[in-house]
Design a protein around this ligand. Structure first.
Ligand code: FNR
Length: 368
């Protein structure tokens, strides 16, 4: 269908499913084991919202800052690997659209385009984040992180939920053949295995020995804010706070890692409750992000009302560029903006500060 017939982020997924080659669809859409968590990620957002009325919602504003960087949406583009499996321009579709619309992209370690190609495609001063898979060879990781900082990256998201990649069986049934992932096998992904599906093939360099003891080392090699991506429990949220990092992402990797883990939205409530006992809240020095299953502005607003600083979207933007390139991503931003405007008016919030926990029926969410 022509792009103007796309009305929501689900429509991009439906188009991507039809047009993508089997291998790309399997890699992008798959989740681990029985795919329970990926369904849970969507189900959690079915929690209901009581709306407030008669508040003069003529003007509503959803702009914000994320890790100190201005963002026109309370949403950032979460890292999804291997963009060229789905579109010849790969991640650059995201970079260009994000630059035009003031949205922040998180560059994946396993991007199909090289890190420098992506940074070169950004506007001067366009904020970018970096997602990091930590190499067994720390000299490689150090060089990569310091290069990113030198090139102006504004936040380092260390992925901590993937000491081993999940078994995504749809993907494993497909074999990784040579170069067909469009992935340049770069220095930071050396040691590739080719007989276990795309995801496992490209991830064999990741260091499973990574531990809390390594955090001071990361702090010593960079001044970028450090965010741990893939936190699920209040215990680990507190350890992260104590370790002195600047934030966490409540994420289950889009259902691709530990299957049957809870959704980020469900974990948010318990984690915020614990963090409130450990310091100021909201904490200007410690951000809590959520990702997984976010497809609608109402999803975004629920997470923010419960205390998230911003939310990440992976597949929503990925499917937008697979189907329509850069224009698809621009359309996705516009759809989210339209939905935010309507939902904020109907919810009775004129700006993001007016989103409060009472706006989500959290008891129903936790019983869910
Ligand atoms: C991911 N994700 C991911 N995360 C990460 O830290 N490093 C990575 O390389 C990837 N790669 C990746 C590939 C694909 C195809 C998907 C779908 C996801 C996880 C991603 O950053 C994010 O946590 C989820 O995508 C969020 O869930 P939704 O928005 O896809 O439902």
């Amino acid at each position: 269908p022509p792009l103007d017939e796309i009305l929501n982020l689900h429509d991009f997924e439906a188009v991507a499913k039809i047009i993508l080659p089997d291998k790309a669809w399997a890699y992008y859409s798959s989740a681990s084991d029985d795919e329970i968590t990926i369904r849970e990620n969507r189900a959690a957002y079915q929690s209901l919202v009581p709306s407030r009325i008669l508040r003069d919602v003529t003007v509503v504003d959803w702009s914000t800052t994320i890790l100190g960087q201005k963002s026109n949406l309370p949403v950032y583009i979460s890292a999804t690997a291997l963009g060229k499996l789905g579109h010849p321009d790969g991640e650059l579709n995201l970079t260009r659209a994000a630059g035009k619309h003031g949205v922040i992209q998180m560059i994946p370690t396993l991007a199909s385009c090289s890190f420098d190609e992506i940074v070169d495609a950004a506007l001067p001063n366009q904020p970018l984040f970096l997602q990091l898979y930590v190499n067994r060879d720390r000299t490689i990781t150090k060089r990569y992180v310091q290069h990113a900082e030198k090139r102006g990256v504004k936040g380092l998201f260390i992925t901590v939920d993937a000491p081993q990649l999940g078994r995504r069986e749809k993907d494993m049934r497909m074999k990784f053949v040579g170069d067909d992932a469009g992935a340049k096998v770069q220095e930071n992904m050396s040691g590739v295995k080719k007989d276990e599906g795309v995801a496992r093939a490209i991830s064999s360099f990741i260091d499973p020995s990574l531990s809390w003891k390594d955090i001071p080392w990361f702090r010593s090699i960079t001044n970028m804010p450090i965010i741990l991506k893939g936190v699920s429990t209040p215990e680990d949220a507190v350890l992260a706070l104590e370790a002195g990092v600047q934030g966490i992402v409540l994420s289950n990797h889009g259902g691709r890692q530990l299957d049957t883990s809870r959704s980020g939205l469900e974990n948010l409530i318990d984690i915020v409750n614990v963090l409130k006992t450990r310091g100021p809240w909201p904490n200007p020095n410690f951000s809590v992000f959520v990702d997984g299953g976010v497809r609608r502005a109402s999803d975004v607003l629920k997470a923010l009302a419960l205390g998230a600083s911003a939310v990440g979207i992976g597949r929503g933007f990925l499917y937008a560029f697979c189907s329509y390139g850069e224009a698809g991503v621009e359309k996705a931003f516009k759809i989210l903006g339209d939905e935010l405007e309507m939902n904020m008016r109907l919810l009775g919030a004129r700006n993001l500060k007016e989103l409060v926990p009472e706006m989500v029926d959290a008891s129903a969410l936790q019983a869910h």
